[in-house]
Design a protein around this ligand. Structure first.
Ligand code: ZN
Length: 151
């Protein structure tokens, strides 16, 4: 399993979110080459229910430990400030994301939280994996939503 394989799994999570009518963002948490947990954006009354938070919570619960320093997080969209902060808090080793987010990206676009030396942990970052596919999903979702609203 490599970056492409794990990002493909994150895309499948995003597609599942889309089928439920949620914003298609998916995440998988990987340790030692194995998927530990997965998550996708969930439309609930919880504004923190982003894909990354779901995967981090499920992974920490599975390990019985808040410290995920041996884990890598794959996510289809660049994490927002909340999720980038959660990655730092959970000591995530590497964040791997698909498409950049010009509106809320906090892993290099608007902010660069995982590289901020003032914080007590830094995550390595790789980006652009399956970028086009991740972007296309979001585009499709927003076109669909606009159509539903107008008609
Ligand atoms: Zn987020």
């Amino acid at each position: 399993m490599d970056d492409l394989d794990f990002m493909t799994l994150a895309v499948l999570e995003a597609e599942a979110a889309m089928l439920r009518g949620d914003v298609p963002v998916g995440a998988v948490l990987v340790r030692d080459g194995e998927v530990l947990a997965a998550g996708s954006n969930t439309k609930t009354i919880d504004p923190t229910a982003h894909a990354e938070i779901q995967a981090i919570r499920a992974g920490a619960e599975r390990l019985g430990n808040w410290n995920l320093r041996e884990c890598d997080l794959y996510v289809t969209l660049e994490p927002c400030p909340m999720c980038a902060g959660a990655c730092v808090a959970a000591r995530i080793r590497t964040i791997i994301f698909g498409s950049s987010d010009p509106r809320a990206g906090a892993v290099g676009t608007l902010y660069d939280i995982p590289s901020d030396r003032r914080l007590n942990h830094r995550c390595a970052v790789r980006s652009g994996i399956l970028k086009e596919r991740c972007e296309a999903l979001l585009k499709e979702y927003f076109i669909m939503r606009r159509k539903t609203k107008s008609g």
